[in-house]
Structure formats: structure tokens, C-alpha cells
Design a protein around this ligand. Sequence first.
Ligand SMILES: Nc1ncnc2c1ncn2[C@@H]1O[C@H](COP(=O)(O)OP(=O)(O)OP(=O)(O)O)[C@@H](O)[C@H]1O
Length: 592
Amino acid sequence: MKQRVWAVGIPVVFLLLIAVVPRYLGNFHIALLNDIGIASLVVLGLVLVSGIGGALSFGQAAFVGIAAYATAWLTTTQGLSPWLGLVCALVLTCGSAGLLGLITMRLGGHYLALSTIAWGLAVPLVFSNSSALGSHSGVDGIPPVSIGSWSLEQGSAMFVLIWLMVFCGGWFALNLLRSRVGRSVRALRGGKVLLASFGADAFRVRLMLFVIASAYAALAGWLYAHTNRFISAAPFSLHASIDYVFMMVVGGMAQLGSALLGSTLYIGLSNLLQDILPHITDRGAQVHSLAFALLFLLILECLPGGIGKPLGRLLSPLWAGPRKARIPTETLARCAMPQRGSPVLNVEGAVKRFGGLVAVNDVSFQIQAGEIVGLIGPNGAGKSTMFNLLTGTLPLTEGAVQFLGKPISGLSQRDIAVRGIARTFQHVKLRPQMTLLENVALGAHARGHCGLWRGGLRLDRNEEARIMAEAMTQLERVGLADQAYELAGSLPLGTQRLLEIARALAADPVLIMLDEPAAGLRLFEKQALAKLLDTLRTEGVTVLIVEHDMEFVMNLVDRLVVMSFGSKIAEGKPAEVRANPQVQAAYLGSDA
Ligand SMILES: Nc1ncnc2c1ncn2[C@@H]1O[C@H](COP(=O)(O)OP(=O)(O)OP(=O)(O)O)[C@@H](O)[C@H]1O
């Protein structure tokens, strides 16, 4: 109830303020708020791509500039309407971001940031050296935006347009983050292996974010050009890009609200210092930069999550925890399981070499539908490597793998996942800042279809409700439904493993591969897990399990494949394997 009140109350107050504020503020403050609104749009995009997506961009001001120059040139020299200017600015900016992203988004870590710095340096140079764009003098005489016969010439009229765009931009971003696509965005920091395990492509998601961020920058650039009616290269320099990053960090990198908070604080403080410093020193500009540098260091040291983080904690009781979805009874459609006993997985002569080390050496085995097969062996035997080969996380050096009669060796991890193989990880990969329900909903990613637009415009409600119902069903299966709205980071390790199993089940897999699922579980949890896996077997789901807990494995599986030093040394029913002298010597100990 509380959440509903806030969900309706905040937008209503925001819209009322947009309508009322221009009546009571003078030109100076309106201009200041216009600057804050325009910056908020840029930072909103930056929070998405950098704060949440983890791809730090120092090129946002260049995107603002491309849009501003595009609309300025088209409206002043070609006589186009500013609205057509907006369309062209968006196309040009997003197009150049797409091209740049195709090249740079595969780069990791520092290289990506460096490449955006190069971009941020180069673009303003083009502006200031191009005579068609007015060189250093810039472009003036840019026409105001008009709606019918109403010209938005006054700052107060642009105020309404700017802040309506901030409102819509914020609403779109919020919806997006809560959607199917948005969950994969929020999982990006978990790494590409995690994303691929549920059928998402980290590169595509990051590229999409980069383009969306450039669209926000384009809106800002268009508004800037038609508000100020004059542009030059300076406001689009690398320095301005760094300012935007600063605003994001000050506000709190991973929260959408920080875009507003950070830009308000930064621009407000900057103006305040510009007013005060000339009265104190005649070196105002230097002291201004120094003050900001110190402030930045102070925030990094004392509030690494930005000001938005403690503020969010302070206000969180008002929201009463993460958003709770209404869970319908109807879940997603299920795929038909293959006929019991038919071949599901066929591994032929699998070899994996890491330089001189042969981690998997000519291993072959088959798994039939509805079986639970255990892959066991002493530490370093090659079990996890075999898992990685089967799921496409690592390429085979030699050999072949067939899934449901079709070759899958050579396919990407993502392609293998969408064909019906789900997995858990030896080192649990969850998103600690997402709820249990959201973590499990990630698993159903490949079963949904709604993309960016439907998510951002909230046209995905039906599918979302089904995904959430599916996630809740799987949480109930592993006994975690009553903690559905808690954050995954608050769970003990053993329970996190159960949550990973629920996520894998949400994919509706034909084959589920569990890497040490019982590690860290208490006895009653192991018994519940064994019961769950037994139920899966009855439902026709095929299970491949790596586990060190021999009692757990021996009582559960139909067959075992035993590896030692990369090679398969035995295969058969648990009793046969237990009696095998080679296995006893290699793994179970001679008294086993
Ligand atoms: N990416 C890698 N690069 C180099 N060597 C690797 C890599 N991954 C695994 N290895 C090596 O391959 C061998 C098999 O490792 P793997 O993790 O598959 O064994 P495991 O049977 O899963 O062991 P554990 O039960 O301890 O998890 C080990 O010697 C390991 O050091």
C-alpha cells in the first residue's frame, strides 16, 4: 500500500512542481534549473551505462554536442523545424554511439574508458575546426522550439519542456530496469558468463545501454541548443564529460535518482562558488577547480556510494522494502521433455588442454532423458572444466558434444543455454543487490520476448507477471518463497546455492547441470534438495551433478561417471563404482 502511495505520489508532485515553479521563480533561477534538467538527462544515461552497466564513459558530452550541432545546423542552414532537428539529432547521435560501441564495448576495464576519452577529445575538435559548423565562433540564431503557434522562446516555457523530458526519461529508465531486459542490465556486473548462462548476451546488452545513454545525451543536446539558441564547442569538451561523471559519482552511481541529485548538487554548488569566490580571492577560477577536486576526493573517501546511498537508506522505510509484484497463478508455457530413456547428451572424446596441462583427456559418456548422473572425482580431476566444455563456457580442444541429437560443440554459451541446458556454478554467481525473486526471474530470460521498448513503456505487464509467477513457483520448490523479496546478498552460502538451482529451473531446462549444489547445505537442506532432484527426475528433467558429498551422491544418482587427472576411469551404477578398485584407489580411499 505504502509503495503504491509513493508510486503515484512522487510523479504527481513532480508534475505539479513543473507546472507551478515557472510562475514563482525569476529568469536566473529558471535558467539554473534548465541547466540542471539538461544535465540530469545526460547523467541519467550515464547512470544506466556506467553506474549500473559498469562501462565507464567519458564521451557523453561529445554525444550532447553531436545532437546540438546537428539540430543547430539543420535548423539554421537548412530551415528544418526543431522537431525534425530532434529526429535527425537522435538518429545521428545513436548511430554514432552504435558504431563506436561496436568497436569499444568489447574492450574491458581501462581500455573502454580510454577509448571514450579519445572520442570525447576528438569530437569537440571536429566542431571547433569545421567551418560549416562555425569553427570557434559556433552557431548562433538557432530558432526556438514551437508547438503549433506557441513558441517556447522564454526560459520558463523551455523549463516545462525540459523537465517533462526529464520526467519521461526517468520513467522510461525506471520501467526499463524493472523489465526483463533491465534485469539483464542489472546483472551485467555479474559478468558475461552469468548472462550467457540464462541466454543473454553481455555485449549486446552493453551496446544497447551505450546507445540508450547516447539517446539521453541527444535529448539534452537538442534542448541545450534550442534553449540557449547559440552553441560552440566548449560545453561539449572532455572537461564537460568529466563533469557529468562527477555528477553521477556525487549523486550515487547505481541509482537513477542520483542523476537529479548529482546534477543539482554539482551545478548548484558551482554557481554558489562562482558567486562567492570573487569576493574572497582574485583567483576565483583556480580556487573553484581546487574546491571541486577536494570535494570529489572527500566524497570518494567518505561516501563511496555517493550522497544518494545514505539518503536512499534514510528514506527506504518510507518505501517499505523492494517493490512487491502481484503474483498471478498463470506461469510461462513449458517445453515438452524428451521421451524417457532417449539420448540427451552425448560426449565423444572430449579433450581440453590449458597450454601443457591436459585438464580433460579423451572423455566420452552419454546421458539419457530422465536420468540423474553424477560426475565425480578427486580435486583437480577436471569436473568443472567438463561442465564448462558442455555449457560452451570453454571451447573444446578436441572431441564433440551432441545435445538432443544435434552438435553443440562450437556454439556460444548463450546458444547452448537457449537450447535447454541450464547450470549452476561452483562459485555461486548471484546478484546480491537484487531480490531472490528477481534473481530467479533472470533464469526465465530466454522464455520471454519483450524487449527494450515494451519494457521501457510498460507494455510488458502480462509477460512480466508470468515471469514473476514462474520465479515464485521455483522459489517455492526450493523452499525460499517466504524470502522472495529479500536481497540475495543477505543469504548464507548454502541457501545461495538453492537460489541458483531455482534460477536454473526457471529456464525450464531439458538438462540441468549442478556444480556442487550440496556444498554448505545443512542435513535437512540436503534432504530437501535430494527430494527436489528426485521430483525433477519424475518430471522427466535430466540432471548432471558434480558433488563431493559421497553419501548424497550415492543415494541419489542413477549412474556415475568418475574422472581422475582429466581421464574417465569408471562409469556405472553407484554400487558398481563403489566396488571399482581403480575408483577406490583414486578417489574414495581403499576402505570405501
Ligand atoms: N582456466 C584454466 N587455466 C589453466 N588451468 C586450468 C583452468 N581451469 C582449470 N584448470 C586446471 O585444470 C585442472 C582441472 O580443474 P577443474 O577445476 O576442472 O577440476 P575439478 O575436478 O572441478 O576440481 P574441484 O573438485 O577441486 O573443483 C586443474 O589442474 C586446474 O588447475
